[in-house]
Design a protein around this ligand. Structure first.
Ligand code: ATP
Ligand code: MG
Length: 138
């Protein structure tokens, strides 16, 4: 059965003009775009989204970075979507990302790493509900 995951094309990748190329990788890997919208998010919205990282040393910088410019919020659908997107994204630090992954191709640094993907079913459910209303997901 198809599973949904939540993803973001982060502000660094949008700024560099990689949105189309990243979407092409995602579709080529068999994901359906259930929903997508461009949005500039506030620092407070970023803090709420990344609340699990609130105690981490990189939290403040990460939330600032996420509100530096528009990003694309997406819901992606596919069998095994959560794990398969994580694999397609590659490691958090692009220096450690496998050849052919989105972060290897498009990420600039461990912070400005082009894409987000939910890491489990419960976080995917929280993240989809955080950014999308039910009527946007039909
Ligand atoms: P994401 O949650 O965005 O999909 P991830 O699950 O690979 O990425 P997390 O550990 O959840 O990585 O960290 C969330 C985000 O915080 C990372 O994607 C990156 O932008 C930033 N980040 C993580 N570790 C560091 C670090 N050591 N220094 C700076 N930024 C970091
Ligand atoms: Mg994460």
């Amino acid at each position: 059965m198809a599973q949904r995951t939540f993803s973001i094309i982060k502000p660094d990748a949008v700024r560099k003009g990689y949105t189309g190329a990243i979407l092409a990788e995602i579709e080529k890997a068999g994901f359906k775009l259930a929903a997508i919208k461009k949005q500039a998010i506030s620092n407070d919205q970023a803090k709420g989204f990344y609340h699990v990282h609130a105690e981490r040393p990189f939290f403040k910088d990460l939330c600032t970075f996420m509100s530096t410019g528009p990003l694309f919020l997406m819901v992606l659908e596919k069998e095994n979507a959560i794990a398969d997107l994580r694999k397609l994204m590659g490691a958090t630090n692009p220096a450690n990302a496998e050849e052919g992954t989105i972060r290897k191709k498009f990420a600039g640094s461990i912070q400005e790493n082009a894409i987000h993907g939910s890491d489990a079913e419960d976080t995917a459910a929280f993240e989809i509900g955080y950014w999308f209303a039910g009527y946007e997901l039909i």
